[in-house]
Design a protein around this ligand. Structure first.
Ligand code: IVH
Length: 668
């Protein structure tokens, strides 16, 4: 094929493929089969390979992402990306209209456009001569981050415009649909990664990735709702803008409404409010905009928001349901949380079948009983809670709830300390806490051990393979292999990750132990003063209190933790495994020394002994040579002993070895 011809065909294919992307992703109504699409796509890939001079970042073949960036460039918004003022009810909307009419000096009915308010990340897209040249986040409104490679991966964002003006800046919101958000979180949970709190965070986190190939894997959508800069096109109304964007193959606010007068605006807002659950994405309100651009111009804007628009925010949705039961959940730190088991109801985008009752006092305050009709809502739109009891509906058969004095999981005693709202289980090995404690221990801010998620921890604990945090360090590939969804590569990776975590500084370990009242920050403060684990084990309450930022509650909690025999045992186990017990990396008293072991040791396994050497900076060899400093001889030694004698290497017994590594020798 000649060059000219190839160029023409490439352009044709790009346009055609982008059209089919539009049919598929924006209109949800493809006109060709997947096979036909793949054929076109392959042809384009091949031509671009043959004629690399025609490669373009705006080719549909480039939607898979570009090489990772080191950081985002900051870019300026020529026209600031403003925020919106809020209205929470009809009255506030009426006040908005009154002000507008006053400013315009008119009594005539004003025309408005009412659109859904998308809960995502606002983005600006600049097209020059129909080519997408820049995508940026809103940032502080004046300056944002250049996320061009990322936005190119979003299928509902056109890379090329048909029949374009010389310049146009399209503004809108990147969002994640509710079902895609839930699926993403499910996947992340399984592989032990942190989950996103809501679809908005998931969308924002997905766009703000330095590696755009990660963005490409996330299911994101872009809805266009406004213009920034533009040249060579003219508009009279917001309606015209929305229709123009639609024609240019953007996805625009579905069901937007043109209405006259504020009464109709309120109706339109309520129309969206009543249907918010039916939409596939989170809508946190409706946006009301004066339709005429001429009037918009007259009204202008304050530094932070236009005067011609307002966001009507939906109230937190409330629903009535029935309390079927009240149960107690035991958390990672042993906290007992009462939870109402509900007759399932759909609230703010998902089905709710439990709601937190927080603590004993809250149950008393609400006077909630089993069998009660209650009003629930999602607090901060995530965790459902009980707002009040519908006492008029009581029949007299409702059963008051009595807080248990035993942990429902392990049967141990529970206590409520003075000044505390919560009951806690006193058993550090309570199985309910183990799972949570392990997940906390491996989390990013603690020991940062990757690839250990909820489903793996569930299996490890349920099968009795891991009974406490310490057991993690004794896991072998063979222990992991029989587990579900486990292969050799993953098992090896997990064991490696665990072993690599041994050298984390002490503050991570202290935080990872999950001591009540000891968060990440407190752990850091503590280890500025106490630089070794032994100092923690020896400290009394006053020693802790001397540290600025440590109050009596935290001090008491630390003291109790480090004096609980079970916890001391655990720390000993971690020490034996070779987990670092110091804040600063120690030079190690065995630095540069090479050990060889032969025969069976009495006080520990070979593995433990080797880890002890390594944790003190020494190394272990498998055979005797002149480079070896010590040969440690246990019972029934092998030929290594003879070789050591022959080469004149120093030979020591178990007792001497233990002394060397600073351990007590206990006659067994
Ligand atoms: S218009 C200057 N329309 O809400 C006009 N904004 O709370 C502002 N938003 O920063 C943009 N849906 O990110 C507009 N249909 C919609 C919107 C919308 C969501 C976001 C936008 C804005 C924020 C203000």
């Amino acid at each position: 094929m000649r060059k000219e011809e190839a160029k023409k065909r490439i352009e044709e294919l790009r346009r055609e493929i982008e059209y089919h992307n539009y049919r598929y992703y924006v209109l949800d109504s493809p006109v060709i089969t997947d096979e036909e699409y793949d054929k076109l796509f392959r042809e384009l890939v091949e031509l671009e390979e043959k004629f690399p001079e025609f490669k373009s970042p705006n080719s549909p073949t480039q939607r898979v992402g570009a090489p990772p960036l080191k950081e985002f460039k900051t870019v300026k918004h020529e026209i600031p990306m403003l925020s919106l003022d809020n209205a929470f009810n009809g009255e506030e909307l009426m006040a908005f209209e009154k002000k507008i009419k006053r400013m315009l000096g008119t009594d005539e009915e004003i025309e408005y456009i009412v659109e859904p308010k998308f809960d995502g990340l606002s983005i600006s897209l600049i097209y020059r001569n129909g080519e997408l040249v820049r995508g940026a986040t809103r940032g502080n409104g004046l300056e944002g981050e250049d996320v061009t490679p990322n936005v190119r991966t979003i299928k509902t964002i056109p890379l090329i415009l048909d029949n374009p003006p010389p310049l146009i800046e399209v503004r809108g919101e990147v969002i994640m649909f509710k079902k895609d958000f839930e699926e993403l979180n499910r996947e992340r949970k399984e592989i032990g990664e942190s989950v996103f709190a809501n679809p908005r965070n998931a969308a924002a986190g997905s766009v703000r990735q330095l590696d755009s190939s990660i963005t490409a894997k996330r299911k994101l959508h872009f809805f266009a709702y406004a213009l920034g800069l533009y040249e060579g096109v003219k508009f009279k109304t917001q309606e015209e803008i929305l229709n123009y964007l639609k024609e240019k193959r953007f996805k625009v606010s579905p069901d937007f409404k043109k209405v006259k007068g504020i009464k109709k605006v309120i109706e339109a807002c309520l129309w969206f409010q009543e249907r918010r659950d039916e939409y596939p994405f989170d809508m946190d309100g409706a946006v009301v905009k004066v339709n005429s651009l001429e009037l918009q111009k007259k009204l202008g804007a304050t530094t932070h928001a236009p005067r011609w628009a307002i966001a009507y925010k939906f109230p937190a949705e409330e629903k009535e349901t029935i309390v079927r039961d009240i149960i107690i959940q035991v958390g990672r730190t042993g906290k007992l949380t009462p939870v109402a088991i509900l007759e399932p109801v759909f609230v703010s985008g998902s089905t709710v079948s439990r709601a937190t009752l927080h603590n004993e006092d809250e149950i008393k305050r609400l006077d909630v009983r089993i069998g009660d009709h209650v009003i629930i809502r999602k607090a901060g739109s995530v965790i459902p809670e009980v707002v009040r009891v519908v006492k008029e509906k009581r029949t007299g058969k409702e059963i008051p709830f009595k807080f248990p004095d035993k942990c429902p999981v392990c049967g141990a005693k529970v206590i409520r300390l003075p000044g505390e709202a919560d009951y806690r289980c006193t058993n550090a090995s309570c199985p309910a806490q183990i799972k949570g404690r392990i997940l906390h221990f491996v989390s990013r801010d603690a020991m940062d051990i990757e690839n250990i998620g909820e489903s793996l921890v569930n299996q490890l604990v349920d099968k009795g393979i891991v009974k406490d945090i310490g057991d993690l360090y004794y896991l072998s590939v063979d222990d992991l292999l029989p587990l579900e969804r486990m292969g050799r590569v993953l098992a090896e990776k997990i064991v490696r990750n665990i072993q690599n975590s041994k050298n984390r500084p002490l503050h991570r370990l202290i935080y990872g132990l999950g001591i009540f009242h000891v968060g990440k920050h407190v752990a850091e403060i503590l280890t500025q003063k106490f630089k070794t684990m032994d100092e923690f084990l020896k400290a009394n309450i006053e020693d802790y209190m001397e540290i600025e930022g440590i109050g009596p509650k935290t001090a008491k909690s630390l003291y109790i933790f480090f004096h609980e025999p079970k916890n001391i045992e655990l720390i000993e186990k971690l020490k034996k495994a070779g987990v670092r017990m110091t804040e600063e990396e120690s030079e190690g008293k065995l630095k540069g020394l090479v050990f060889v072991f032969t025969g069976t040791l009495k006080s520990m396994t070979r593995h433990e002994a080797e880890e002890l050497v390594k944790s003190d900076g020494g190394s272990v060899a498998s055979s005797v040579s002149k480079k070896v400093n010590y040969v440690v001889v246990g019972e029934k030694p092998g030929s290594k002993l003879e070789k050591a004698k022959r080469l004149g290497v120093k030979i020591i017994n178990e007792e001497e070895f233990l002394k060397l590594v600073g351990r007590q020798w206990e006659e067994l």
